[in-house]
Design a protein around this ligand. Structure first.
Ligand SMILES: C[S@@+](CC[C@H](N)C(=O)[O-])C[C@H]1O[C@@H](n2cnc3c(N)ncnc32)[C@H](O)[C@@H]1O
Length: 269
């Protein structure tokens, strides 16, 4: 099983949950869900976006989230119980090695956001997504190309720290730039009518959500600190200097974060 770099401790769950509130409106606008559809969400995490999609299918639809981690599933199931939605369900499973049995080929949409970057074999996941949808069904991937992160004015020590962070993905056998490969992954899995685009994931000083973006950045870096240090990807003093640089940058009146989430979709014909 692949290792999830961010972990699932309560502070990390809080970060992921806040991240969902920042981007879910932008991501849902990529979808054209009609009532009664069947959707499968690969790597559903805390399930906030799974539920958003489930609401659009209506009570006559079905939205199934697949998640490997028990702590994420527990939180997702609690959120689901609180919501009262009956058309959403979660199942424990590894998206790199999944068997859908009779449900194979029965879904209208297979969706995966921020999951291909956390697995050793993204091609296996995309192949399973293709198998999950019926002819005419759609596969939608959203994922990171970490190499596109830009902060300005660039904080002292940031480049060094961000490079080590990307290397920590590689240390786990995962791909920090998988976002640029989404079209290729769909093509090689046999999907047709492929499209692509980006969802803006940036902000600047003065905007009311700016500090949430800055804290998200600090949160992912702090969460990977032990891995970076233990694998000798960065020295402690360089790590500390990079974090201090971001903290100082986040107080500047002209601080800006430029980043986007890559997406690509394809159809099974
Ligand atoms: C960054 S979160 C994204 C969650 C959700 N898709 C979202 O956008 O909010 C990635 C999730 O994938 C899960 N995950 C990682 N590898 C997995 C695998 N091989 N099978 C199933 N889930 C996996 C992690 O436990 C984590 O909850």
């Amino acid at each position: 099983m692949s290792t999830y770099i961010h972990g699932t401790h309560p502070e990390e769950q809080e970060r992921l949950s806040l991240l969902n509130t920042l981007i879910n409106d932008r991501c849902i606008s990529l979808l054209d869900i009609t009532t009664g559809e069947r959707i499968i969400d690969f790597g559903s995490g805390l399930g906030q976006f799974t539920m958003r999609m489930g609401i659009l299918t209506g009570p006559g639809g079905y939205c199934l989230g697949i998640e490997q981690d028990s702590a994420q599933l527990a939180k997702a199931r609690k959120n689901l119980a609180d919501s009262g939605l009956t058309q959403v369900d979660y199942r424990q499973g590894n998206v790199e090695d999944i068997s859908l049995g009779d449900e194979e080929g029965s879904f209208d949409l297979a969706h995966a956001r921020f999951i291909l970057e956390h697995v050793n074999h993204p091609e296996k996941v995309v192949q399973a997504m293709r198998q999950a949808v019926k002819p005419g069904g759609k596969v939608l991937l959203l994922d990171d190309d970490h190499d596109t992160m830009r902060l300005f004015p660039e904080p002292a020590g940031f480049k060094r720290l961000w490079t080590a962070y990307m290397q920590s993905y590689e240390a786990l056998g995962n791909d920090p730039v998988v976002g640029r490969k989404l079209v290729s992954l769909l093509h090689h899995a046999g999907l047709s009518r492929i499209q692509n685009g980006v969802v803006f994931f940036g902000d600047c000083a003065g905007m009311k959500t700016f500090q949430v973006y800055a804290n998200n950045l600090l949160g992912i870096l702090e969460g990977s600190r032990d891995l970076m240090l233990n694998k000798n990807l960065i020295a402690q003093n360089e790590y500390t200097a990079g974090i201090k640089g971001i903290e100082e940058w986040s107080t500047l009146p002209d601080a800006a974060l430029w980043y986007s989430i890559n997406w690509a979709s394809g159809e099974r014909i």
